[in-house]
Design a protein around this ligand. Structure first.
Ligand code: TNX
Length: 466
């Protein structure tokens, strides 16, 4: 992010996303120096956020930035103080909620106050952006490390601020996902949806159905690298890493279509009892679970049970998109059974908004992607009292090309320039009301993406815009 110097000296210059309230006081500007200390108050998680901040600032500044926990009620000179609750922000604490923060830059240092550790964590992301961009370097830089004086009060408009990564069309190993988490955290993203199964690959070990990963995980689009899958330990490492960044993982097993990898792994899941070969092409909508077979629901129940046990977050996403080989009535039957299975395991169903053709429960969440239906699938959901996550492909799809020169990506939803990713209304110009919108998500499908560099090229800066 550009530092304050690049835009007229306002404290908000270069901040993404823009905070709710900000005031600038140039005379109260502050510089981090070799003597700066980080002081954290008592309360759950404050010290860990202090350690995070030190780890983020040490490489580029070269400063020791000692972290001490202590009396964060007073602000010692030349310090960055992270304080939980009951502080000077009591008037705003109810507006700050669980994720907001109040950040003051004065001559003596920086004070960040929040109700919860998540708020402090978001506050330190803002502080990173207030510093010169070179603070993100991994080796010592000259500085100076000046922060414009003033105050920021900030809290999210939407509860769900998500990114989705497709690890099926091409598989991405744990370090890549962790690096993406690092990047998303800087923009206060709090949900990471992992698309874990599709026609081309099954990417998570399931003890009760081992062939899903062993066979279904052995392919990908083009089959250059032969796929791969996460062991349960791998997956738990991702979940824990995300949690440490205040990001909740939403696992997706796509059903009833997009299931060739599963159908290829177990013949009994097919209506005709014959397993198809693995699929390495890019078509969609040709596969379907066998809706009228009992074993389909044994399978789904086993998979959801194991996934729920690995998932601290509230949602299990069961896909539901592009079920072109499932009859309309079978589709509705399937979604209702799938919803009951997810709820029986203590979770809420999330699905692509096509699921709104079925009778949905109020805790279910519909993810709107298909702008070609002109809002039909999202209003079917909101009419039932179901909240939506807005991910309209013509604005939010990070796999679409920027323009005709973009070598990676697809373009069925049209070119998506940075402006298109940034300037859109999640309530769809009033088609649904803002209170129907749980949040937004940027899906990154990986038919054409092989490497972390490919992910970054497509995601940034559009994900920041979103
Ligand atoms: C549609 S969007 C799909 C994905 C593809 C994507 C490519 C959605 C829910 N399904 O299966 O990867 O287009 O842009």
């Amino acid at each position: 992010p550009p530092g304050p110097a690049s835009n007229g000296g306002a404290i908000t210059a270069g901040l993404i996303p823009l905070p709710v309230l900000a005031s600038t006081d140039e005379s109260a500007s502050y510089s981090v120096t070799a003597a700066t200390r980080i002081v954290t108050g008592p309360g759950a998680g404050a010290e860990a956020v202090g350690d995070d901040l030190a780890a983020l600032l040490r490489p580029a500044t070269g400063f020791p930035l000692a972290v001490s926990s202590g009396d964060a009620d007073s602000t010692p000179a030349n310090s960055i103080v992270l304080r939980l609750g009951n502080g000077s922000a009591s008037a705003t604490s109810s507006t700050l909620g669980d994720e907001g923060y109040d950040l003051t830059v004065s001559k003596s240092g920086v004070l960040i106050v929040a109700n919860k550790a998540a708020g402090l964590f978001h506050g330190i992301q803002t502080l990173r952006q207030l510093l010169p961009a070179s603070v993100e370097a991994t080796s010592a830089q000259p500085g100076p490390w000046r922060v414009t004086g003033g105050q920021i009060v900030d809290y999210p408009h939407y509860a769900y601020r998500g990114a989705m990564l497709d690890v099926t069309r091409h598989f991405f190993p744990v370090p890549d996902v962790e690096r993406y988490i690092d990047e998303l955290a800087l923009y206060k993203v709090n949900m990471l949806h992992l698309h874990l199964s599709d026609d081309q690959g099954w990417r998570i070990a399931v003890d009760a159905w081992p062939n899903l990963a062993l066979h279904g995980g052995s392919s990908e689009v083009g089959n250059r690298d032969k796929g791969g899958y996460y062991t349960k330990a791998d997956y738990s490492a991702i979940v824990a890493y995300a949690q440490a960044h205040f990001i909740t993982v939403v696992p997706e097993i796509d059903t009833p279509s997009h299931t060739n990898a599963a159908l290829s792994s177990y013949p009994e899941l097919n209506c005709d009892g014959v397993a198809p070969p693995v699929y390495t092409g890019e078509n969609v909508g040709f596969s379907s679970l066998c809706v009228n077979k009992a074993i389909t629901y044994t399978f789904l129940d086993d998979v959801v049970a194991e996934l729920a046990a690995l998932t601290p977050g509230p949602y299990i996403h069961l896909g539901g998109d592009e079920a072109h080989s499932t009859s309309a009535s079978d589709y509705v039957t399937f979604v209702q059974k799938a919803q009951a299975i997810v709820e029986a395991h203590g979770k809420q169903l999330m699905g692509w908004a096509e699921i709104s053709a079925a009778k949905l429960d109020p805790g279910t969440v519909a993810e709107y992607w298909n702008f070609n239906d002109h809002g039909a699938s999202e209003t079917n959901a909101t009419r039932q009292g179901v909240k939506i996550v807005a991910a309209p492909a013509d604005h939010a799809y990070l796999d679409q090309k920027y323009d005709a020169q973009t070598t990676l990506g697809l373009n069925w939803a049209g070119d998506i320039e940075v402006e298109d990713a940034y300037a859109w209304d999640p309530a769809d110009g009033g088609r649904v009301s803002d209170s129907d919108v749980l949040g937004v998500e940027g899906p990154l499908w990986s038919e054409t993406l092989h490497t972390m560099a490919d992910i970054e090229y497509m995601a940034w800066p559009r994900m920041a815009g979103l």
